[in-house]
Design a protein around this ligand. Structure first.
Ligand code: SF4
Length: 295
């Protein structure tokens, strides 16, 4: 069994910086992170062991510490303000590329475009993007385009971790549905997401089985799983190396490995090493079977 690692995989700079700042702060004080810092159970469990608390961004009563931390997924300005007005010191780990999406949406609205956000409405980033713009229509799939009103000018942005092909297809479908409208699309899908999706396509060309490492509640990890599945590959998603079972790989010849943007390098290394052990074990079993057959 051959094992290949994607050209681009795993943790992005936005998540890395957010983690670094949070760990630094936690050295000197007790802090509350407003939401899940990263969608990764390994990281969440570790943060708990060093005393980092978790609160809810929309509920100012959910944190009793003076210092609170906004996650890399960002927040609406009104939420940030609420926490400051309640006397909290607010540290912001919002990824610069999420900020860019906020700015793009604000500029479109200021220029008179009706706001449309392509993304998952229950995701922290989309909640942060839309909360200060209650008129914005959130679209997850083609069926939901029906909710976009026939305004003369419509401005579209996307959640940073959506596959860009999916976003472009929805923008095209929207233009077809409203041919009279001017649709302005600002591509806010982040480069690390694009890189990981592109690298995954190459990985799928050369491998029959794809292992995706990442949290089950991580949007970009889920998107990697969906893309590999749509390309007809057998996809296995794990959060940790010890979830991998040798029996899953009995029919695999080439196994590709990728990981979501909130997955630690260490976890990916452990997965690759476990796959190496599984491969060696399968080879040994096959050899033993062959020798028995000859005897
Ligand atoms: S996935 Fe993209 S937008 Fe999100 S934290 Fe990483 S770099 Fe930033």
């Amino acid at each position: 069994m051959k094992i290949e690692l994607a050209r681009h995989f795993g943790m992005c700079f936005g998540v890395r910086d957010a983690l670094r700042l949070t760990y630094d702060l936690a050295q000197s004080r007790v802090i509350t992170v407003l939401g899940e810092l990263v969608h990764n159970p390994v990281v969440s469990a570790h943060l708990g062991t060093i005393g980092v608390r978790e609160g809810k961004l929309a509920d100012p009563a959910s944190a009793s510490t003076e210092t609170v931390v906004i996650t890399a997924h960002g927040a609406a300005e009104s939420d940030r303000q609420n926490w400051r007005e309640r006397g909290h010191e607010v540290f912001d780990t919002t990824c610069p590329l999420v900020r860019k999406a906020h700015r793009a949406l604000e500029c479109l609205i200021l220029a008179g475009f009706f706001p449309v956000i392509i993304g998952r409405r229950d995701h922290a980033e989309v909640i942060g993007l839309s909360r200060d713009h209650p008129d914005a229509v959130i679209v997850e799939n083609a069926a939901e385009l029906a909710a976009v009103p026939p305004w003369q000018r419509i401005g579209v942005v996307a959640q940073t971790t959506q596959p860009v092909e999916h976003v472009r297809a929805l923008v095209e479908a929207l233009q077809k549905r409203l041919p009279e409208s001017e649709i302005r699309f600002v591509d806010t899908v982040c480069q690390p997401t694009k890189d990981r999706q592109d690298a995954l396509r190459d990985l799928c060309d050369a491998n029959d089985t794809i292992v995706v490492v990442g949290g089950r509640n991580s949007n970009n990890t889920r998107q990697l799983v969906e893309t590999a599945g749509a390309l007809g590959r057998r996809v296995l998603q794990v959060e940790r190396a010890d979830e991998l079972e040798a029996g899953w790989f009995r029919d695999s010849v080439n196994v590709g490995v990728t990981a979501g943007t909130s997955t630690l390098d260490e976890t990916v290394r452990e997965v690759v090493s476990r796959l190496g052990q599984i491969s060696a074990g399968l080879q040994e079993n096959a050899l033993t079977g062959l020798l028995r057959a000859i005897a």
